[in-house]
Design a protein around this ligand. Structure first.
Ligand code: IMP
Ligand code: MG
Length: 256
């Protein structure tokens, strides 16, 4: 992908020139800190995608690939980016001096994990597990089948499970039990999203990105029928999309 080297419109170019001038202290002795100037500059350069806290919502614009399917944007790309950095800083501080093994739950956690690990500043390895639910397709049964196990032993390791969303909590409750039995030095859970109102199994989530209401969301790794994972924001799926697939909001399953 081509990374824009300079602002795409004359108007944005003027903004950036102005910021550069301020940073050099050339106007009325006015100074802006280097980091503040960089931040504003980034927003100006990225234009539509970053400015005004709007985030990257290109796919829901009229004519965008999924403009018909998304009811509303719940978390824009900017908000996610900021929160992931905060989580990275928190985890880095907690695991200082230790080696961390992050265990991503496929496939939903992949996008979150790949951003999160780049915000970590501690020795980190990663591994993956894939799981699927047994039972009828319209309800999470809580009986989970491991379809891909870890590559390496976690005996004596500091393990952090990375999940996209905790819904009923049944999956993580099961996974925590399975991994705990393998004698890690410590075992914690980090989930980007949490829907506390849907909880059926008590599961302690150590790091939570956002608590969200009971809505079926897609994007940033989360899917419906394998779609929408690539969207850079998290949006609420229009009910008619999943209703037309014979499912209801309380019993949705996804391909994880
Ligand atoms: P739990 O066992 O009910 O907590 O199931 C969690 C799993 O269900 C997540 O890993 C997701 O794969 C899926 N899931 C739950 N809610 C959503 C959602 O709103 N969008 C997409 N997938 C979801
Ligand atoms: Mg998942």
């Amino acid at each position: 992908m081509r990374v824009p080297a300079s602002p795409s419109t004359p108007c944005l170019r003027k903004v950036v020139e102005f910021l550069d001038t301020i940073q050099k202290g050339a106007i009325l002795g006015l100074k802006m800190s280097r980091s503040a100037a960089r931040e504003v500059r980034e927003l100006a350069v990225t234009g539509d995608y970053g400015a005004g806290g709007d985030g990257d919502t290109r796919a829901v614009r009229p004519g965008g690939a999924f403009s018909e399917d998304i009811k509303e944007v719940l978390l824009c790309a900017d908000a996610i980016r900021k929160r992931v950095r905060e989580l990275g800083a928190e985890i880095t501080a907690d695991y200082a001096g230790k080696e961390l093994v992050v265990v991503g739950i496929l496939k939903g956690a992949v996008v979150f994990l790949s951003d999160l690990v780049r915000s970590l500043d501690c020795t980190t390895k990663f591994d993956f597990m894939a799981v699927s639910s047994y039972g009828a397709s319209t309800h999470t049964s809580g009986v989970v089948r491991i379809t891909k196990d870890l590559d390496d032993s976690i005996d004596g390791k500091h393990v952090l499970i990375i999940e996209d969303v905790v819904d009923t909590g049944l999956t993580l409750n099961y996974l925590r039990g399975v991994l705990q039995a393998r004698s890690p030095a410590s075992l914690r859970i980090c989930a980007l999203l949490d829907k506390p109102s849907r909880r059926r199994a008590a599961v302690k989530v150590d790091y939570t990105g956002f608590e969200i209401p009971d809505a079926f969301v897609v994007g940033y790794g989360l899917d419906f029928n394998g779609r929408y994972r690539h969207l850079p924001f998290i949006g609420v799926l229009k009910p008619e999309i999943y209703q037309s697939n014979g499912r209801n909001s309380s019993g949705l399953t996804s391909t994880r």
